[in-house]
Design a protein around this ligand. Sequence first.
Ligand code: PMP
Length: 382
Amino acid sequence: MAFTPFDWTEEESGRRAAAGLVRTLRPRPAGTEVLDLASNDYLGLTRHPEVTGAAAGAARKWGAGATGSRLVTGSTDLHAELESELADFCGFEAALVFSSGYAANLAALTALSRADGLIVSDAANHASIVDGCRLARARTEVVAHADPEAVRKALESRTGPALVVSDSVFSVDGDAAPLAALAAVCRSTGAGLVVDDAHGLGVLGAGGRGAPAACGLAGDEGLVATLTLSKSLGSQGGAILGPASVIRHLVNTARTFIFDTGLAPASAGAALASLAVLRREPERAVRVREVATRMYERLTAEGLSAARPDAAVVSVRAPSPESAVRWAADCREAGLAVGCFRPPSVPDGVSRLRLTARADLTDDRVDTALDTIVRTAPRGTA
Ligand code: PMP
């Protein structure tokens, strides 16, 4: 057969299959009959009638799409209202929304670092942070996970401006970053701090105001937070929160803001409605943490190897990638959706089931899910 330029993709695919690392897309039913611990809908808001109603209303009023970059086709009142509400809720001076959290991280890292500078990045940071560092013109130094002293060492040996970047809650194991210590290191060395609060918003801090608020760092002039609207807020999109001067700089320099179509009106409307629900029902943030603790305590009591959750993510270790895939499939067959993380998505090469706590689940439903996970656990998991 004739050679084609993409033959190598088939060869790579064969290697992935041999290592048990093939990813496939599975159909997702529209209903809610599957008990879903795979989604990031931590507060159960994505199907909330006020949220879906606001999405539909915004689409009817402003159109299904944003029609272009907000710098070209104009910026709606809806986007301005969402930015003002996000900043106010989380305790920052100003905010700018993006079409995704991924785009927000690319923006923060490329627009807030300098070509002659340094970015210090935690080894377990999310892929969008890794890609932001790759796109930035600054040099990146990757340091040991959750290690403020390693960050200090990296900063002390630099000559130019510096930025430190960390997830607030790490997406694989659900552990929290030592934010107060990182902020102290940044303050004493003159570095800026970028915190990706994708998994903190809606879960940590009073009423779910996020990890910076939980540490008394919201509104700090040396700190910028990035967010996704797609987890606790049940919508889609991203945001950057920080001093108004930083937000003005981003409008002028962040390529994923300038050259990307603005956030869809339906997503903006949905996120605004979720924030209104969260303001009215702050107990959702308490409940999601309670559910995470219940999951962790049962799993470890059953002898499974789980990391203590600092927020809504609970990870359970599996003996191999193949057994993790089988475990997730057995759960699915029993009506329970769980996440399955394998290399290369796990920094330490250990495959895991990734479970997410949800504020809208009763204890009974959580216990049913846990029964299934325990019953289907592969041998040698502890
Ligand atoms: N940061 C973290 C820590 C995430 O987990 C995610 C989503 N997986 C993102 C950023 C990207 O957000 P989005 O899905 O809105 O692009």
